[in-house]
Design a protein around this ligand. Structure first.
Ligand code: PSV
Ligand code: MN
Length: 404
């Protein structure tokens, strides 16, 4: 028997002409990728903290990602960062991931950590460094082929810290030259996602500073290039839902990195500080998803590497927050919204959104999880499973993966 709260919600939606079964189907198809780098020890630039049970190697990172999927049911892939997740046995990795019940998602080249990249990677004034960075990206394209990955996710730390430090226009052209080579090496059924960041680690300028710069590059490169929005990478006050709508309408939104911009390097829980903003972002995403004339293929990924919260729990919490935002956006009464918009009724339009946002979607999500064969409360179920105690006991020694 269904929970009475679920039945009430179904009735209310039905009265509005919204079919709960269709919503449940979409919720069951939701796909959120988690990052391998979210499972190893990490920190801030002031220090790296050791967490009990933190993954020490790529196998353990895959195991944690699979655990998040086991309890949430909607996180079936893991993104890799190269060279952090480099191996000489890609087939073995693919097989191990499959045994764990997950697949490999986006491949993220790292052209920011090696000493050579101190003054930039593909925007460096020295052509040897640019070659090194481009070759690394091409190497990642080969890895994609080995792993059947369809996404190359590119973020550059390139930028400058001082006026006059470098020639902006030359850097722009070098960036394009390198991305051109990478774009052309990509198999036709794959995409490169271009991620921008307004600041950090460079603070005077960054070479891909905002959605506009990423959009120009993606457009010049061609159909295999799209823009990736990382929620952490904007100036405070930016209206991200507008960027989402704009890029979707241009066919150029390819991916998302979810987190929270209250923390500069993007590592806070998505939806914890500003759940309403997340709901408004999802409202735009769902609008496109429901529009038969709009073709979207957006890769939803979390980009968080927690150093205070236990990592697997934080990932489960984040995935569940995304599920909540999606559910709320799905129950927006689109007809009423359009009617209010077209009548110029601002208060009514806002009330349509509020009605969905203020709805308690927990009974719906619990029902969906039960129907998917999962526990209705993924976090509690994880806590009771003993996984954390087991990894805390087993994973001693080893070292943190990237930031130490
Ligand atoms: C950079 O801040 C970023 O958002 C990029 O996506 C990186 O690949 C990731 O974080 C991990 O450092
Ligand atoms: Mn990111």
């Amino acid at each position: 028997m269904n929970d009475p709260k679920y039945n009430l919600l179904a009735e209310d939606l039905d009265k509005q002409g919204i079919r709960i079964d269709a919503i449940k189907d979409l919720l069951k198809k939701q796909h959120v990728e988690t990052p391998s780098w979210g499972y190893g020890n990490s920190g801030t630039r002031f220090g790296v903290f050791q967490q009990p049970g933190a993954a020490r190697n790529v196998d353990e990172r895959l195991e944690d990602a699979a655990t998040v999927h086991r309890f949430t049911g909607i996180a079936p892939t893991v993104a890799l960062h190269i060279p952090w997740d480099e191996t000489d046995d890609w087939d073995g990795m693919k097989q191990y991931a499959a045994e764990l019940g997950i697949g490999i998602g986006a491949i993220n080249p790292n052209v920011f950590q090696a000493q050579e990249y101190k003054l930039g990677s593909v925007c460096h004034h020295d052509s040897n460094i640019r070659r090194l960075a481009t070759d690394h990206m091409l190497h990642c394209v080969e890895i994609m082929k080995n792993l059947d990955s369809k996404l190359l996710s590119l973020w550059l730390a390139d930028g400058t810290n001082f006026p006059g430090q470098a020639n902006f226009r030359k850097r722009k052209r070098w960036l394009y030259e390198s991305f051109r080579e990478v774009h052309d090496a990509l198999p036709d059924d794959t995409r490169m996602l271009i991620e921008y960041k307004f600041f950090e680690p460079a603070f005077y300028h960054t070479d891909l500073a905002d959605w506009g710069t990423a959009y120009v590059m993606a457009t010049k490169l061609g159909p295999k290039a799209q823009v990736l929005i990382d929620l952490g990478h904007h100036p405070q006050g930016t209206n991200i839902e507008f960027i989402v709508a704009y890029l979707i309408d241009e066919g150029k939104l390819g991916g998302f990195h979810f987190n929270c911009r209250k923390f500069a390097d993007d590592d806070l829980t998505v939806g914890s500080v500003n759940p309403q903003e997340l709901f408004l972002i999802y409202t735009e995403l769902v609008a496109a998803e429901l529009d038969p004339d709009t073709d979207t293929d957006i890769a939803y990924m979390i980009d968080q590497s927690h150093n205070l919260k236990p990592k697997v729990e934080a990932s489960i919490q984040s995935v569940c927050n995304l599920q909540t935002a999606y559910a709320r956006a799905l129950i927006v009464n689109r007809e009423d919204l359009t009617e209010a918009q077209e009548a110029g009724e601002i208060i009514d339009a806002e009330r349509v959104l509020q009605r969905a946002y203020e709805t308690d979607v927990r009974p719906l999500l619990e029902q969906v999880r039960l129907e998917m064969g999962r526990d209705p409360d993924p976090l509690e179920a994880y806590r009771k499973s003993g996984y954390f105690e087991e990894i805390s006991r087993a994973r001693v020694g080893g070292k943190s993966q990237g930031w130490a």
